[in-house]
Write a new protein. Structure first.
Lengths: 536, 297
């Protein structure tokens, strides 16, 4: 017995030792990061949410990676400083043919990539052919997951002369220009792709305000000032992006001086840091919608009265103000307010009215109570605080006699389950989208042609002929006013049909040391650091 | 009476031995103050958990987001409220029911299966022993939490599945400890005597060997329950255990970590409960080992 005891004992002890070692290591790391005040010759340290997957703009899909890329590269066009409107970047001007299929861009002169490659029309053609043309010699340096979705209509890119390039679309596609401003449209140096092949994602070369310097996995990515930037060299000598996954650790790093600026601040810390004179907090509502997908294929949510009832049973004000501490706003429909004109401001969010909800449930014949399965994720891109939000909703639904049984999933398995369609598995599922164009989300999630078996993301099987018509027409409508009118009508119908519970739009947040100046958040959730400087 | 050392004057008739040992064990346990303290704390915790339905507690799932993160001692909420405004005292007691029962059941499952494997391996020896124990070695070669997470990934998240996963990863502890004791018992005189009486092998295994292995099993159980509770809490902490709104100490701890600087009590309350129960179990386990160890008599 004695010998067995020690063997078990040793095993137990090893667990404790491991934990102790980890704690000590964490303390040492924090201590190192904490010492030393940054001076004006130091780079600005940004606490990011994760290690980037790659720095190849055509390959990456995560906002986390976009935040670095937007400082390394430029696209033909970019978002204006405070909106999702498109303005010139590497293209100084452009014309669109009347039928909406031919875009002609006049390129900026005298721009060079960080490796000295001159920027011209051939570069533009190389970039888009690389993504879209399967016969392109560097097409195998992908995959390029967003290329088809954003630029699939692009039939040909033609070099007219050194400073002029033409894009011919196979059919009109209204979101095309704003898709070019999306970070997938950033342009990379062809010489770098030729030199590094697939590894160009670790050796990025762009034309942007900062030049790539070093990437230590799980430690940092450093960028240095580009003294020759066409829009004026940045004032700070460089920027360091540190991946700090745990949100509370990010806050601690900011407080200890290990980071000068952090993104995606936890709601309670936003609330506390707002009042703290030692720090500055920036908040900006974004093109983000957080919603519950309802399963329209099966009872009880095949009945529109039940769908309206849940929309009224859930206290969205309390979720955004209390659970999320004011870091989100209540959504009124499928298009976020940040989209400006495309957003329909006349729509009122469903009010919180449990009595009306109970009446509707009674009418629908579920007055004796009803059960359902509710898919909740533990966390994920743009999901805010999904478990707490799910629990708050569960409690609200219980008040009106709906017993929502929560099943939680890790983010990637959650996506697998939900994107495949929730029929036969769940009645409600959480979801959130962040998009660059008002078209993307409804087109991919509300059309009957976007049911999961058709490869879309309409996981709750919503179908309305008029919505299909409007979405398809809006996508090829070149006249902006007509397009906006279509979106407004679509939103009215969708809100009336209530295929989702429309919950919230996220306000992104950064917290900074007051020594950092010249930074403005952008509705796109990107992090443009060009104008950054140290305050005196 | 003794388990492994030679005491030729003892009869193998455990029907007489067990009550006598029970008395001694209790006396010896009482002498260890820490063990008694552990026992008392455990008794209180178990009692509270059992009485949860009749205690005047607020509904543990009732949310009130406007009243969130109230500190300890606030009005109507003795231990404050969590991030959704739920009463922490109520969640702690109801959560204790979940955590304790999962810990105990997981231990019983692991103890039954593990002890059976250990008994068979130790008693029959040879190829049976080798194949069984190599299987156990394979199980033991995985980091325990990683294996538990993998099992939950296969079975799907949920309290029952978490309990099964925790049981499986703890089987090796019982199998190894029991096998070791069994091997030494098989060579003892009373087993030889039983063989000479032509008792069946099953009868020898379960009537003669098992009762004498019981102290080993009990000690391993008492030290393991605590680990089971922390491990289940670990899985719940990672979101793989109890599904909301069921409260469970691990899930409470996990939810509280986001508020550690702003409202540390949300984490401290369940954390202290786990600490208190696990340390009490360990004291009790230590006391039991001393009390049951024949060499100390």
């Amino acid at each position: 017995m004695q010998s067995n005891d020690t063997s078990t004992g040793r095993w137990r002890r090893r667990r404790t030792t491991l934990v102790a070692t980890a704690v000590v290591a964490a303390l040492i790391l924090t201590a190192c990061a904490g010492d030393g005040q940054a001076g004006s010759d130091d780079p600005v340290v940004v606490g990011q949410v994760a290690e980037p997957a790659s720095l190849d703009p055509h390959v990456v899909t995560a906002v986390n990676d976009f935040r670095i890329n937007i400082n390394l590269y430029d696209g033909l066009v970019q978002y204006a400083a405070d909106s999702l409107e498109v303005e010139p970047a590497l293209a100084v001007d452009w014309t669109i043919s009347d039928d909406g299929t031919l875009y002609t861009f006049e390129l900026r002169e005298g721009v060079e990539f960080h490796d000295g490659t001159p920027f011209d029309a051939e570069v533009v053609k190389f970039n888009f052919d690389r993504m879209l043309d399967e016969d392109h010699p560097y097409h195998d340096t992908g995959p390029f997951p967003l290329a088809q979705q954003f630029y699939g209509n692009l039939a040909e890119v033609r070099v007219v002369d050194e400073q002029t390039v033409e894009f011919e679309l196979s059919s009109p596609f209204a979101p095309f220009l704003s898709n070019l401003a999306y970070p997938t449209g950033l342009l990379i140096s062809p010489a770098a792709v030729e030199a590094h092949g697939e590894d160009v994602g670790r050796n990025p070369v762009g034309t942007g305000p900062y030049v790539f310097s070093e990437w230590q996995s799980n430690e940092f990515v450093t960028l240095e000032r580009n003294p020759d930037y066409w829009d004026g060299a940045p004032e700070v000598p460089g920027v360091v992006f540190r991946p700090i996954t745990e949100s509370q650790t990010r806050v601690n790093e900011l407080m200890s001086g290990g980071a000068d600026m952090i993104v995606e601040v936890p709601p309670d810390d936003v609330a506390a840091l707002r009042d703290d004179p030692e720090f500055m907090v920036g908040e900006q509502a974004g093109p983000h919608v957080w919603f519950l997908i309802l399963n329209l294929a099966e009872a009880p949510f095949d009945d529109v009265r039940m769908r309206k009832a849940v929309n009224m049973a859930i206290d969205k004000e309390s979720i955004v103000n209390d659970v999320l501490q004011g870091t989100a706003t209540v959504a009124n429909g499928p298009i976020a307010e940040a989209f400006g004109a495309a957003y329909n401001p006349d729509l009122e969010p469903y009010p919180y009215d449990p009595d009306a909800a109970r009446e509707l449930i009674e009418e629908a014949g579920y007055g004796d109570g009803v059960e359902g399965t509710f898919y909740v994720t533990e966390g994920g891109s743009g999901m805010l605080d999904p478990v707490a939000m799910g629990e708050a909703m569960q409690a609200d639904l219980r008040d009106v006699g709906i017993d929502a049984r929560i099943s939680t999933f890790e983010w990637n398995s959650f996506l697998n389950e939900v994107n495949a369609g929730i029929e036969g598995k769940a009645d409600m599922a959480q979801m959130a989208w962040m998009t660059a164009d008002p078209d993307t989300l409804p087109f991919l999630t509300l059309r009957s042609g976007a049911w999961p078996d058709e490869g879309g993301f309409n996981s709750g099987y919503y179908a309305n002929e008029r919505v299909d018509e409007l979405l398809e027409a809006a996508q090829i409508e070149v006249d902006e006013d007509a397009r906006i009118a279509m979106y407004h009508e679509m939103q009215e119908i969708v809100v009336e049909d209530a295929p989702w519970v429309f919950v919230a739009s996220w306000k992104q947040s950064v917290a900074m040391s007051p020594r950092v100046d010249g930074f403005e958040l952008h509705p796109s959730f990107l992090l443009r650091l060009h104008d950054l400087r140290w305050a005196d | 009476m003794s388990a492994s050392t030679a005491s030729p004057d003892q009869t193998p008739d455990d029907g007489v031995v067990v009550p006598r040992r029970g008395g001694t064990t209790w006396r010896r346990l009482k002498r260890n103050r820490l063990s008694v303290a552990g026992l008392i704390v455990l008794a209180i915790v178990v009692l509270l958990a059992l009485l949860a339905p009749v205690l005047p507690l607020i509904d543990p799932a009732a949310t009130n987001p406007a009243n969130r993160l109230q500190p300890i001692g606030s009005e109507g909420h003795l231990l404050g409220t969590d991030h959704l405004g739920r009463d922490l005292l109520s969640r702690l007691i109801w959560g204790g029911r979940t955590s304790l029962s999962v810990g105990v059941f997981a231990t019983l499952i692991a103890a039954s299966i593990g002890s059976l494997i250990g008994l068979i391996a130790g008693f029959f020896g040879g190829a049976t022993d080798n194949s069984l124990m190599r299987g156990i070695d394979v199980l033991m070669a995985f980091p325990y939490l990683l294996l538990a997470i993998a099992l939950v990934a296969v079975l799907g998240p949920g309290l029952v599945n978490a309990m099964i996963a925790i049981s499986i990863v703890n089987i090796p502890f019982f199998a190894r400890a029991v096998r070791g004791t069994t091997v030494s018992l098989v060579a003892s005189e009373y087993v030889d005597a039983a063989r000479a009486l032509a008792f069946s092998r099953l009868r020898i295994l379960f009537r003669e060997v098992l009762p004498n292995v019981m102290p080993t099993i009990i000690i391993t159980m008492s030290t393991t329950v605590g680990w089971m509770i922390t491990e289940t809490a670990g899985l719940s902490f990672l979101g793989l255990g109890a599904q909301p709104p069921t409260s469970d100490w691990g899930a409470m701890l996990g939810a509280g970590r986001e508020f550690i600087t702003r409202a540390p009590h949300v984490m401290i309350v369940p954390g202290s409960a786990i600490f208190l129960v696990v340390i009490s179990l360990n004291f009790l386990g230590d006391g039991l080992r001393d009390a049951l160890d024949p060499r100390l008599k």
